[in-house]
Write a protein that binds this ligand. Sequence first.
Ligand SMILES: Cc1cc2nc3c(=O)[nH]c(=O)nc-3n(C[C@H](O)[C@H](O)[C@H](O)COP(=O)(O)O)c2cc1C
Ligand SMILES: [Mn+2]
Length: 484
Amino acid sequence: MAFSDLREFLEFLEGKGELRRIKTPVSTELEITEITDRVISVGGPALLFENVEGYDVPVAINMFGTHQRMAWALGVDNVEEIVSNVRKLLALSQGPPSGIMAKFRAVSEIADVVRSRPKLVKNAPCQEVVLIGPEANVNKLPILKCWPMDGGRYITLPLVISRDPITGRRNVGTYRMQVYDERILGMHWQSHKVGARHYRLAEEKSIDRIEVAVALGGDPTTIWSGSLPLPPDMDEISVSGIIRGSSVEMVRCKTVDLEVPARSEFVLEGYVIPGELRMEGPFGDHTGYYSLAEEYPVFHLTAITHRTNPIYPTTFVGRPPKEDYFMGKASERIMLPALQMTLPEIIDINMPAEGIFHNLVLVSIKKEFAGHPQKVMHALWGLGLLMLAKSIVVVDHDVNLHNLSEVAWRVTANLDPSRDIIFTEGPLDDLEHASAKPRYGSKVGIDGTRKGPLDGYTREWPPDIEMDENIRKLVDDKWKEYLI
Ligand SMILES: Cc1cc2nc3c(=O)[nH]c(=O)nc-3n(C[C@H](O)[C@H](O)[C@H](O)COP(=O)(O)O)c2cc1C
Ligand SMILES: [Mn+2]
């Protein structure tokens, strides 16, 4: 089932016993973070703070804070259902299916995709209230200060919408926004992200401003889609429609030439001026460290539109795992079939919470030739945002990547450090703090596969210890007897 907006999703969660309404007055300064942190760490429910001191807008948080809620947000009980649908769609693009039934299915699947394209509407709930120019004031929103050393208050769960200044193609990214004053905010699109690319292109072309719309709320699949690392020319709103199985309704903004999800709670309209930078941060980040203050572009607000009784959706990040881990894990699973189209030898991938996505990428492969693990490492370092991976560990196809104990055992057992570790250099995440230079530095690739003649290994590789099959069966059969 596809949810039409945030409030419908919250009602669904409430029905499942997965939403807690909090009526006690709470402060946006640190208190909501501390409460939510305790709730996330025990796999607790989504929270709706109905009485936020100084504001008449409730705050929704932790909607995506378990694998189960993340799956529901995408309209399924288990994210693997989407993964298998993506696989079917990708198989279609590899050539016409044979057999009349298969062809019929293919046509109806393509029709579904076409039907789920974004749909423009004239009247939108997100424009029930329109505040233009000096009437617009972000200080009316219950924006959180998440951690003690944060440089201020930050919008943390926005859909930042901009267009490529050359192709006109839309991008949606979740990039935090620091509040400087009523109508000026930071725009923390990191260098390797698509919003930053639009900004650089505009700067190159001497365009005087890039229009930007920021949607808060909307249906949960679309909220999540802002964090999906799609190729630059792929529209997150269209992909959200495909995953939802129904169109995302969009409406034209009031002061900028952009469209936003019609059922958003709030929309901030405005622009970014190429070349204008301002200190942004510090911010308690998803690395578990504070990101130090740095210069980032600036967003100028031209209008706020909102629903009559809006809800403010937010999140906070910090030492992993937090809510963003569950959002990222869904992306990892859903992107795997696309990754396997380029690299069919990849069996599975796991970016564990501790590695905050770019610090540690585990990958299992069916090794076929000398240098195969290294080929996969280099390919990943050349693929989309995986360019930022600091450590890549390759293991054999039969290792369960989601069992970190098994991975540690296999990798350290199979490792000859001077033979199996490679170093290279390349781009690093804006949030990387260990490298000597910002955004550039060394990377490590670890080949944890078993070695054989293929790898020039001439000794005898020891077999795994496994019990004899007949004995296992015998013990299975007699199991109850032993226990008496
Ligand atoms: C809660 C949350 C906050 C995020 N904050 C930022 C941010 O401030 N800056 C940034 O560049 N990426 C941030 N990200 C990651 C981006 O959303 C992600 O890399 C996405 O791929 C960006 O979209 P793009 O690929 O279209 O650029 C955040 C992700 C989540 C889930
Ligand atoms: Mn994108």
